[in-house]
Structures are given as structure tokens and as C-alpha cells.
Design a protein around this ligand. Sequence first.
Ligand SMILES: Cc1ncc(COP(=O)(O)O)c(C=O)c1O
Length: 390
Amino acid sequence: MDHRSTTAWINLSAIRSNYRKLSALAGKSAVCPVIKADAYGHGALAVAHALEREGAPYCAVALAKEALELRESGIQMPILVFGAPDRSWSSIAIRLGCAQTIYTEEHVRILASAARSVGTRAKAHIKVDTGMNRQGLSFAKAKAFAGMLSDYPEIYIEGVYSHFADADNLDPSFTKLQTERFELALEAFRAAGIEPKIRHISNSAGLLFHPNARYDMVRPGILLYGLSPAPGLNLPDGFEPAMTLMTSIVHVRDVAAGESISYGRTYTAARRSRIGLLPIGYADGYPRALSNKASVIVRGTRAPIVGRVCMDMTMIDLTGIPGARAGDEVLLFGGRELPVSEISDLLCTIDYEVVCMLSKRVPRIHTDEDAFDGSRQERKNYVDREGSPL
Ligand SMILES: Cc1ncc(COP(=O)(O)O)c(C=O)c1O
């Protein structure tokens, strides 16, 4: 079985166009694309290079290791690491010129000592917790933190930021409260002589719905990839989904009525059926929870998943698609025909998780056509140019 036919096509022109759209929305605020977790599964190196060419002034990752991979591939734009500094990675991040997130005295000590060992000042953004209660300095402790920082001249505070917990909620009250708390923290820092160049709090939903919270920079992630920040929230006009997951049928078999399909015999054919075999399974990030629930598109027609999704293989019912045969292209998700949200709804999760869980076994093919007219044309252009990966 050839797993190469299972491919995630990543439309970089869609990502660039989404980035331009986000920049237009952000107005005077800088846009810092969030490309952590391998750019939400889209391939961080290709995405970062496309965005750097677009003029992105900053980008953000979760781990210093992710920043290292970007720098090793030649990315030069400023990088913010969201994760807290640790002893082994902090000096590497300083050498890479990254800004690091701090919010405890321990972080400050680690960063200052790393700065001394490298022989340069370390760039930091203070993370303030304004209600997410995950990571960050309590907004009420900003004054004390600022006082402590004055003992560490090795650290340059470039930014202060926070993170919204609920910015997609139609009721804006909690986001307003978080913004007020952020203001209080900024005021305390200001009073202590810390005037950060970059203040930032908005994620994608914050950027969309809370124009008063754009500050100097915004940090959109999910919208960059053309996906919605929350279930049930329609993708705003003009954003294009960037990932399309495709495979092809590798085998077709006829089964008699009454035959069962796959492990556990959870599906029994009610009639004589044509069953297609797909080279994708839960080890590729196509979850077993989709068994007997999801469908795919073959020859423009829906084909349901039948029986349990296996580790490497999945079966579909082709009975209603005359002429379907081995070699036919199969759309698993992507674009507007079979949106990622259909899969995330079936899994009771969010679009973020569906694209992030696609495993590294699935090759990502990046296309980048200026005049793109949808992922199908993108794929055709690629195949005309490079030959088929299927
Ligand atoms: C600190 C921080 N900022 C920004 C983002 C981007 O959020 P979104 O993808 O919802 O735009 C994330 C993502 O989880 C994050 O952790």
C-alpha cells in the first residue's frame, strides 16, 4: 500500500491572501502571525517564508525549538516564543534573537543568567494573566513584578501581552473585563517606568470582534489558515481555507448483502455494495471516532465511511457512485465543499484540533499561485508542473 497518495495540499496563496486581509482589518496594528505547532499543521517553514515575503513584521511560536527550526531555514523576522524560558533553551533563544515570554521571578533569573552567558541583553515580553488563568502574571501583581525587574538590567522589556479566553463569545463582557485588567497592568508598568514598545492581546476572534483591543500588535492564528475561531461561527467573507486533505482509492471490492466491514463489525452492508479502500487511518490523524460518521467526496459525490477507521486504512461505500474505481481522487476535507468544520463538528471539537492532529506521516505539498481560484485549480497546476504525487 502506498501512503503517498494521502496528501495535505497547502495553498500558500490562500494563507498570504488571508494575511493581507488580517492586515487590512488590523489597520495600524502590526500583525504577528501565529505559526506554532508547525503552523497549525500547515508546515511552519513554508508558511513562515511565504509570510516573510508578504512583509510580516513578527511571528510567534510556542517553543524555542520551533524558533530554532525557523532560523535554521533562514527566517529573519522577529520571533516571539510563547513558552516560558527554561535553562537549556533560553540562551539559544537569545542567540537566535527571539523575544521570550516571562511572568515569574524564576523566568527573570533564568533569562538574566542566559543573557550574561551570551553577553547580550535578552528581549522579553511580559505575559499578564487577565482571566484565562493559564499562564501569566496576575494583572494585580504588575507593580511588584515591575519593581523586581529593575534589578535585572540584562533584560529588555520589548512587549507586554495577554490572551483572551472568550473573544468569540457574542457577549463581549468578559473580553471587556480582560481588556480593562490589561489596561490596569499597563498602567502599573508605566508608573514603574516600563513603557513597552509592543502591547498585544488579540487573537483571531479578538481582532474580528474587538477593534478597541488591537493595541500595537495582534496575534491571529486560525484565521490565517482560513478556518473559523469557533464552532458555529461562519468564516468571515474573503478568508480562504488553506488545507485540503486528499487521497485516492487504492482498491475496490464487491461485498454481498449481509457482509460486515472492518474491526468490530460495526457496519453491515444492507445490499450488495462496492467498497473502496483508502490509504488513511487514525495514525495519519484521521480519527477512529469518524467511523460510520464522516463522508468523503469521490467524483463530486458523497461516499460514507463504513465500518471502523483502522490505523492505516479506511473503507468507504461507493455503491452510489457508478464508475468509481481504484485511482479515483478522494477529498477527505478542505475548501468549502467539505469544510474542516464538518469534521470538527462530528468530533465535537474545533477546527484547530483537526488540522493540528494530522500526523507527520502525511506529506504536505505547498502550492503558491498568485491568481489562485480554489484548491482544485492549485492542485491541477501543481500536477501539470511537477507530476502527480498520487
Ligand atoms: C498566546 C496566543 N496568542 C495567539 C494565539 C492565536 O489564536 P487564534 O488561533 O485563535 O487566532 C494563540 C493560539 O492558541 C495563543 O496561544
